[in-house]
Design a protein around this ligand. Structure first.
Ligand SMILES: [Ca+2]
Ligand SMILES: [Ca+2]
Ligand SMILES: [Ca+2]
Ligand SMILES: [Ca+2]
Length: 402
């Protein structure tokens, strides 16, 4: 990953196992590789569409977690319907895992707010390493290493087109891409300072930029996926070259663009929803007691329905949710789940999936809860602030005292 200020061997640049990045995976497609991030349902990877440029949808996903390295094959991939390689737009894909992800891998929610610009993010990936002074190194023959760095989203990519016009060879869709530059603390390498008058000299030794192989990798804000790494560029305005070596190689003075996840959250959510296995479509089909299973994870579903009238047909409805232990314990019997569920204008209901951990150990039947709070665009009824539902994980491994 990631060109950094100090060499990749500096521990500050490593995204080692057990540090919250174990859901950041290496993605291999047709002999090429990129990076991806495990989405909240534990069965899908968010990455970049351009990894599939060769036309293949056969992908392999490699997890590195506290449980070691595990390879999971993909059963397919879904490219963003508006993907346009020539303009760098809608460069997103979702990879369907053929089985569940390791339970030791973090699952990530999309970043849903639109206040990314000005925020510091953490970029993580398996791309070529290098330093800002020299750019990415292409002669590294060892196994790819997961690295991390920070940067700041400073602008919408369409702002660059607005000032550069025909000197920029592509046209980002307004609102859909975020950019950051690779600073070394000098005004002469401040790319967005030169291009957009956004003076900012970076984050010192924490600063970094994506390199080849980081494509599809996440930029996290508050542990949520805010951006998906898409491309780098060394742009020139008024003859001022900020790139320290004037070669497009992820060095100081370049910039990079991430597809903006908040802009695409409906596509992400609804793609996952359409892919949930054995998903109930009405309340009477929702199983309140679910068999534990013997390996991997399977879903217990919660269905949230909206029965009111929207004051505005385009309004997004949402609730927050989080699981809560009963006799079933998070991390032993099920995976803790939390986030915001959005019900889009073409929906009146949506599912919340919670992963049940399968094993072959006889146990009693156990229960856990889902608490639903903070309704936006509707209410739970007068005086009701939290809805709670319970699910029972049914032992399917014989009698404890047989
Ligand atoms: Ca920067
Ligand atoms: Ca800067
Ligand atoms: Ca360069
Ligand atoms: Ca079992």
């Amino acid at each position: 990953m990631v060109a950094t200020v100090t060499p990749y061997t500096d521990p500050r640049n490593r995204a080692a196992v057990g540090e919250g990045f174990d859901g950041v995976v290496r993605v291999v497609v047709n002999g090429f590789y990129g990076t991806g991030a495990l989405l909240f349902d534990g069965h899908a990877i968010l990455t970049a569409a351009h990894l599939f440029a060769g036309g293949s949808s056969n992908a392999t996903v490699i997890f590195e977690t506290t449980a070691g390295s595990q390879t999971v094959s993909a059963s397919g991939a879904r490219l963003q319907t508006a993907y346009d390689a020539s303009q760098g737009n809608s460069d997103l894909a979702i990879i369907w895992l053929s089985g569940s992800a390791p339970v030791t891998a973090e699952r990530y929610n999309p970043y849903r707010n639109t206040d990314e610009i000005g925020q510091t993010m953490t970029l993580v990936g398996y791309g070529l390493h290098g330093t800002g002074a020299t750019g990415e190194l292409n002669n590294f023959s060892d196994s790819p290493i997961r690295l991390q760095a920070k940067n700041q989203f400073e602008a919408d990519a369409s702002a660059l087109k607005a000032v550069l016009g025909s000197k920029m060879g592509w046209t980002p869709t307004p609102g859909s891409q975020l950019v950051a530059d690779f600073d070394n603390g000098n005004t002469s390498q401040d790319a967005l300072g030169s291009l957009l008058n956004l003076v900012g000299l970076g984050l010192g030794q924490s600063e970094g930029l994506i390199t080849p192989g980081d494509s599809g990798g996440p930029a996290f804000i508050n542990g949520q996926i805010a951006g998906v790494a898409s491309y780098t560029a060394n742009l020139v305005r008024n003859g001022v070259i900020t790139d320290i070596d004037n070669v497009n190689n992820s060095s100081f003075g370049e910039l990079a663009a991430w597809q903006r996840v908040s802009y695409y959250q409906q596509w992400i959510d609804q793609s996952l929803r359409a892919h949930y296995p054995n998903a109930p479509t009405q309340a009477a089909q929702v199983q309140k007691a679910v068999p534990e299973g013997n390996s991997g994870t399977s879903f217990a579903y919660f269905l949230l329905q909206f029965t009111g009238m929207r004051s505005d047909p385009s309004q997004l409805l949402s609730v927050d949710y989080h699981t809560r232990d009963g006799t079933a314990k998070a991390g032993q019997d099920y995976l803790a789940a939390f986030g915001t569920l959005v019900i889009y204008p073409n929906e009146n209901q949506a599912l919340i999936p919670v992963e049940i951990m399968g094993d072959t150990t006889p146990e009693p039947d156990e229960t856990f809860y889902l608490d639903v709070t903070h309704p936006v665009g509707g209410s739970f009824g007068i005086g009701v602030v939290t809805l709670t539902a319970v699910r029972t994980i049914v032992n399917d491994d014989g009698n404890l005292f047989a």
